[in-house]
Design a protein around this ligand. Structure first.
Ligand SMILES: NC(=O)C1=CN([C@@H]2O[C@H](COP(=O)(O)OP(=O)(O)OC[C@H]3O[C@@H](n4cnc5c(N)ncnc54)[C@H](O)[C@@H]3O)[C@@H](O)[C@H]2O)C=CC1
Ligand SMILES: O=C(CO)COP(=O)(O)O
Length: 329
C-alpha cells in the first residue's frame, strides 16, 4: 500500500519508519530545511537520531507531492495542526482515507478530532484514529507494541488494522471512535497529574489511587458522551494511561515532574522540546465536563496547578478532603 504520513515529529517519524517495513511511505514535513536535513541524513536527527530511514521511506516538504497516489493518509501533527492540515488536504482535492494519531480536544472549541474532521473533510471519505500505548522511540526501534484503530465505520477500522498490522506493531480495531478519542485526551491530563504526584514524592499508594480514580473520571466523561465502558479497559484507555502516567519517556508525565520541582508552566514547555497535549486538553476536558455536569476532580486539580498557579499541597488537600463516597460513583 502507498501511505502518506503528515507531520515529522517523533510520532509521525516513528510510524513512517515502522510502516515503511511493508509499504511505500511518503513522510511530509512542513519545514523545507528539516525535510532536506532528514533526506540528507536518512534519519530524523532531531527526534529519533538512532532510527535510520528504510529505502521505502521518502521525505517531502510539498504536501501535494507527499499525498500523490496515497491510499491512506496518517495525520500525525500535534492536535493544533489537525484542522489546518485537513483543510490543506481538502484544498488539494484529496479523497484518500485519513487516520489521525494526534491526541486531545481542539483548543478553544472543545471539539473532538472526529468533529473537526466532520467539519473539514468530505462526508464520504473514510476516517478514524490510531491510538494506544506507544512511545515513538520504542515503535521506531521495532520493540513490540499494540495499538487500536478506531472508526465509526467498523469495516474500515478492521480493514485498515489488517492492512497495517506488522509483526512488531499489533493493530486492534474498534468502532468506538469517541471512546478512543476520550481515552487519548484524558490520559495525557492524568499523566501530568501522575508526574506531579511522583515529583512531590507522595508515594506509590498515592499514584495507584490517582490513576484508578483518574480512570473512573475518564469513564464517567466517556459515559456522558456515549462511549462504551469497555473501551476504557482497552489499549486506548487504561493501556495508554498506564504507559504515559508511569513511563519516563512521556512528555506529559515530564510536565508534571517539572511542575513539582517548582518550574513555571512557560519554562516547562520551553524546556520540553516537544508538544505536551495534556496541557491544552486539560482545559478543554474540564470545560466540557462542566458543560455536561460530569465531576472530574483530578482534571480540575491539574487545571488549578497549570493555569491558576495553585500550590500542589492545596490541590491535594482539596482532593483528599472530598466527602467519602461509594467507589462505583
Ligand atoms: N511521541 C509519541 O510517542 C506519541 C505522540 N502521539 C501524538 O502525536 C502527535 C504528535 O506528537 P509528536 O510527533 O510526538 O510531537 P513532537 O513534539 O515530537 O513534534 C511535533 C512536530 O509537528 C510539527 N508541527 C507542529 N504543527 C504543525 C502543523 N500545523 N503542521 C505540520 N507540522 C506541524 C512540529 O514542527 C514538530 O516537528 C501529538 O498529538 C501526540 O500526542 C501519539 C502517540 C505517541
Ligand atoms: O501518547 C503517548 C504514548 O502513547 C505519548 O505520550 P506523551 O505525549 O506524554 O509523551
Amino acid at each position: 500500500m502507498k501511505l502518506a504520513v503528515l507531520g515529522a515529529g517523533a510520532w509521525g517519524t516513528a510510524l513512517a519508519i515502522r510502516f515503511a517495513g511493508q509499504h511505500q511511505v511518503a513522510l511530509w514535513c512542513r519545514d523545507q530545511q528539516q525535510a532536506s536535513d532528514m533526506q540528507a541524513a536518512r534519519a530524523n536527527t532531531r527526534y529519533l537520531p538512532d532510527s535510520p530511514f528504510p529505502d521505502s521511506l521518502s521525505v517531502h516538504a510539498d504536501l501535494p507531492a507527499a499525498i500523490a497516489g496515497a491510499e491512506l493518509i496518517l495525520l500525525v501533527t500535534p492536535l493544533s495542526g489537525l484542522r489546518p492540515t485537513l483543510k490543506a488536504l481538502t484544498a488539494a482535492g484529496s479523497c484518500a482515507p485519513v487516520l489521525w494519531a494526534c491526541k486531545g480536544l481542539e483548543a478553544g472549541t472543545m471539539k473532538f478530532p472526529h468533529q473537526v474532521a466532520d467539519e473539514e473533510m468530505p462526508a464520504d471519505v473514510p476516517r478514524g484514529m490510531l491510538s494506544g500505548p506507544s512511545f515513538a522511540q520504542e515503535v521506531a526501534r521495532g520493540l513490540p507494541s499494540a495499538v487500536t484503530i478506531a472508526a465509526s465505520d467498523a469495516d474500515f477500522a478492521q480493514r485498515t488494522a489488517t492492512a497495517l498490522n506488522t509483526s512488531v506493531l499489533r493493530l486492534y480495531a474498534s468502532d468506538d471512535l469517541v471512546g478512543v478519542e476520550i481515552g487519548a485526551a484524558v490520559k495525557n491530563v492524568l499523566a501530568i497529574a501522575a508526574g506531579i504526584c511522583d515529583g512531590m514524592n507522595y508515594g506509590l499508594n498515592a499514584r495507584a489511587a490517582l490513576l484508578t480514580r483518574g480512570l473512573a473520571e475518564m469513564a464517567r466523561f466517556g459515559a456522558a458522551q456515549g462511549a462504551r465502558p469497555e473501551t476504557f479497559m482497552g489499549l486506548a484507555g487504561i493501556g495508554d494511561l498506564l504507559l504515559t502516567a508511569t513511563g519516563d519517556l512521556s512528555r506529559n508525565r515530564r510536565v508534571g515532574l517539572l511542575l513539582a520541582e517548582g518550574l513555571k508552566l512557560d519554562d516547562v514547555l520551553k524546556n520540553l522540546g516537544h508538544v505536551a497535549e495534556g496541557v491544552p486538553a486539560a482545559r478543554e476536558v474540564l470545560r466540557q465536563a462542566q458543560a455536561l455536569g460530569v465531576d472530574m476532580p483530578i482534571t480540575a486539580g491539574v487545571c488549578r496547578v497549570l493555569f491558576d498557579d495553585a500550590a500542589v499541597v492545596d490541590v491535594l488537600q482539596t482532593l483528599m478532603g472530598r466527602a467519602p463516597r461509594r467507589e462505583g460513583e
